[in-house]
Design a protein around this ligand. Structure first.
Ligand code: SF4
Length: 405
């Protein structure tokens, strides 16, 4: 772009024949975040006015984008301190006349490089301390590592099962025309805590709440289901398989669904009509409690269906685990079991993954070109703005081009 500013009339017209060099462009890319953010909001307002954004259904998804940092720069505290000590020594030596052999320009460049290296290492140490504060146990703290090139990047798992220093880019896409209505970059590898902030971002930009949010299992926690209901935003998601207490629901047995659960009477009834009474409660996660029900040993011993139900039970009758759910989560499960809701949910992959793939393949944003959370946020915002503008142009053309008869 800097080169084209020298000879291309279109670029020269845009710059008003001013010289725009690489450094000016690079600084502009990350320093004008507030203005860029405002521009992104203005574009969304215009798209909304044209009816291209409806917020009837918003798809949420995250994608991991590699940071501008090599795995060799990923170091523990001890090593960073050693490097920092060495860098400080080098900076201190700079004033020594015995080292004054190079030209003034070279000396200046060297001094700047040494100071920058020292600052980078000090920044890495600061970030490492923040990261350590979130860990418990001396061993975990000692083993904490950060990258000295981009200390704010975190190691994240990618779809190819590989791990790399990365950021998690969260994108909200309006289903009406696949336009991006919200974007953020986080250091959190997990998507779990990103759903509510995404709703806030969309609402803040468009002064309107999404009617329906759609997200995958990474976002579908009980807490999020409850909170979305509290915010009066319809939520479609899929719950992950949950661990059931050991021994309660083993394979090759009647599944728990074969037992009639009667929560109001706190009991289960087996396929043979025998009653299973409560034996224990087990908390297996945040807000999750399993109630274990067990049949009487005498009932099972004489039961003709014992081989299909609990062939190995010698001392106890058959037991099953039933999960205690809040009414909101139960309503969510019931809703998600409906075929038409599943159909709406399945649109998510097509819309949101297209948007991620476009940004990665067309704009080549598989790895950030800048370092630090604030800068990568700006780079991501540029990418999403470009995406929206390109699709706006495309949609406008489609609307103005008469159909071929
Ligand atoms: S084995 Fe026990 S729990 Fe299973 S069907 Fe027979 S009586 Fe019911």
């Amino acid at each position: 772009m800097a080169r084209r500013c020298e000879y291309d009339p279109a670029f020269q017209w845009l710059t008003g024949l001013q010289e725009v060099n690489y450094h000016t462009l690079a600084d502009f890319r990350v320093e004008k975040q507030k203005e860029l953010d405002e521009l992104f909001t203005q574009v969304l307002a215009a798209l909304s006015k044209e009816g291209l954004i409806t917020l009837e259904q918003v798809m949420q998804d995250g994608t991991k984008i590699k940071a501008q940092a090599s795995s060799r720069s990923y170091l523990q505290e001890e090593t960073i301190r050693e490097h920092l000590e060495r860098a400080r020594r080098r900076v201190a030596e700079m004033g020594d006349p015995r080292n004054d052999e190079s030209s003034p320009k070279a000396k200046q460049a060297q001094a700047r490089a040494r100071r920058e290296q020292q600052e980078r290492l000090e920044g890495a140490l600061e970030e490492l301390e923040k990261w350590q504060a979130r860990k418990s146990g001396e061993k975990a703290k000692k083993e904490t590592r950060v990258s000295t090139s981009d200390p704010q990047a975190r190691v994240m798992k990618h779809p190819d099962q590989g791990f790399a220093l990365s950021y998690n880019a969260q994108i909200s896409t309006d289903a009406a025309h696949g336009l991006i209505v919200g974007v953020a970059v986080t250091q959190e590898a997990n998507d779990m805590a990103q759903l509510l902030p995404a709703v806030d971002r969309v609402e803040q930009r468009l002064q309107k709440k999404p009617q329906q949010m759609v997200a995958d299992s990474g976002y579908t926690t009980r807490e999020n289901i409850e909170k979305m209901a509290g915010r009066e935003v319809d939520f479609l998601g899929t719950m992950r398989h949950e661990d059931v207490p050991r021994g309660a629901n083993l394979p090759n047995r009647f599944p728990p669904s074969a037992f009639l659960y009667q929560p109001e009477r706190n009991r289960c009834v087996c396929p043979e009509g025998k009653v299973l009474l409560p034996q224990a409660r087990r908390k297996v996660g945040a807000g999750m409690t399993y109630h274990i029900y067990e049949a009487r040993l005498e009932d099972c011993r004489s039961c003709p269906r014992k081989p299909e139900c609990c062939p190995d039970n010698k001392k106890n009758g058959r037991s099953v685990a039933q999960l205690e759910e809040s009414p909101v989560v139960m309503a969510f499960r019931k809703k998600m079991a409906r075929e038409e809701v599943q159909e709406r949910y399945r649109r998510r992959g097509r819309i949101v993954e297209f948007c991620h793939a476009w940004i990665k393949s067309k704009l080549g944003l598989r790895q950030f070109h800048v370092r630090g959370l604030k800068k990568v946020q700006a780079e991501m915002l540029w990418a999403c703005l470009t995406y929206n503008l390109q699709f706006w142009i495309r949609l406008s053309r489609l609307r103005t081009t008469p159909a071929v008869t």
